[in-house]
Design a binder for this molecule. Structure first.
Ligand code: NIG
Ligand code: FE
Length: 419
């Protein structure tokens, strides 16, 4: 089916097939009075209405009226932990009384409490909960997410998690790219024996994950108290050799992860609160995207945020993601993350929008098909109830998504678009 969406101001992010860095991050490709022509799941033309309407297929298209709103690529959320059995309300309440994330984790809360709950859950219940969460992402204009395992930490539970992602993917229009985060924490049965745990992961679980085609990427939590640089490297190299892309939880509390990401040619290094100039030079050379997750700093009540300005000035392409997870950021709304990025990390609204679309697509290796409104790209778009791009981060706490298209299909709307 051909569809012509008219009467919109477009953020096209048009430009080269490459992640944006430095001053390029301010260029959003704004087209006032624009239109987008879709054919099935693809964009065939996007730009000024008069130009788009001259396309030979425009006359055959169903016409939709965007009502003068802002139209942009669907948000790409390149870092989420969306498969969990229960929210961590107890941790949250304890933190409100002044306990820290580390203290709570040391007392049996934190990641390991999510592991206990997930191990006891049925795969079909996890898939159903994920399907419901996928709807929340779509309603907020997010059309693609990366989805990690990592609350199973044994063969059966990691496979159960990744199969739940696969089952939910078949049922929801939200595109989910699965990541095997086996090295998220050392499970209790391997306490003090991280290397043995990693051997089990590489010898038993990874081959099954690859055989069943359950993951696109591997990831490791490279931090003091979790996995050292050397340990994380063992796991990530095995994943890379098995054909999976590499991502790293890096430099959140301690240094090492971003260095490792550069050494392995990872797609992204994520968090980066403690990243140093030297690490940034390495990341830039190796083409690693910096994925910042300021929602977790916000939710943990931290005063410090990742050094976005330093990263942009160093010329490393920067993406923003939610880090959606039950412990440190139970937020699926990228609009909220943009708001935090602008207020707390001094990113400009333009930079934040670039970071949530074109750069986020590159962080997932999807830069040729996702994150821009250009001919040939997948027709993933969000129509926002606003006229000025600065409103997206400005109305914090709101969901401005009035209509959401995934692969050309209208998957959410709060408004009538027909003329
Ligand atoms: O911040 N990998 C470390 N922490 C995760 C959230 C884990 C949790 O507390 O459940 C993150 O990405
Ligand atoms: Fe994370």
């Amino acid at each position: 089916m051909k569809q012509l969406l008219v009467n919109a101001d477009l953020l096209t992010f048009s430009g080269p097939d490459a992640p944006r860095s430095g001053p390029e991050m301010r260029s959003v490709g704004l087209v006032r009075g624009g239109a987008v022509l879709m054919d099935g799941d693809k964009i065939v033309s996007a730009g000024l209405r008069d130009l788009v309407q001259r396309h030979p297929d425009a006359g055959k298209a169903r016409i939709l009226d965007a009502g003068g709103r802002l139209l942009m690529p669907g948000f790409v959320d390149s870092h989420t932990h969306p498969v969990f059995a229960e929210p961590r309300l107890k941790d949250y309440a304890l933190r409100s009384q002044g306990r820290t994330y580390k203290e709570i984790a040391a007392e049996g809360g934190g990641i390991l409490s999510s592991v206990r709950a997930l191990r006891g859950a049925l795969g079909e219940d996890l898939a159903h909960a994920l399907f419901e969460r996928a709807r929340r992402f779509l309603e907020c204009g997010t059309t693609t997410i990366e989805a990690k395992s990592g609350y199973g930490l044994d063969a059966a539970s990691e496979l159960k998690t990744l199969r739940a992602i696969s089952a939910a993917s078949a049922a929801t229009p939200l595109e989910m790219l699965p990541t095997f985060l086996g090295a998220h924490a050392v499970p209790p049965e391997y306490a003090g024996r991280a290397k043995d745990y990693l051997k089990m992961l590489c010898g038993e679980v990874l081959p099954a994950v690859v055989r069943e085609g359950l993951a696109r990427f591997v990831d490791a939590f490279c931090e003091e108290g979790y996995f050292s640089e050397e340990e994380a490297e063992l796991f990530l190299r095995a994943g890379k050799e098995a054909g999976l892309g590499v991502r790293v939880h890096a430099d959140q509390f301690s240094r090492g992860g971003s260095r490792l990401a550069a050494r392995l040619g990872a797609l992204s290094a994520d968090h980066l609160d403690r990243v140093e100039d030297e690490d940034l030079r390495r990341m830039k050379e190796a083409g690693v995207v910096a994925v910042l997750l300021p929602g977790s700093n916000h939710f943990l009540g931290l005063c410090d945020f990742p050094p976005a300005r330093k990263i942009i000035d160093a010329g490393v392409p920067l993406a923003l993601a939610t880090d959606f997870n039950p412990g440190t950021c139970p937020c699926w709304n990228m609009q909220e993350i943009l708001s935090i990025a602008v207020s707390r990390m001094r990113m400009t609204p333009e930079e934040a929008l670039t970071a949530a679309t074109v750069n986020a697509a590159h962080a997932l290796g999807l830069g040729k098909t996702h994150g821009r409104l250009s001919p040939g790209m997948q027709a993933d778009m969000v129509l926002l109830d606003c006229e000025d791009l600065r409103e997206v981060p400005y109305w914090f706490g709101a969901n401005l998504a009035a209509a959401v298209f995934k692969r050309g299909a209208l998957v959410h709307s709060t408004t009538e678009l027909r003329i």
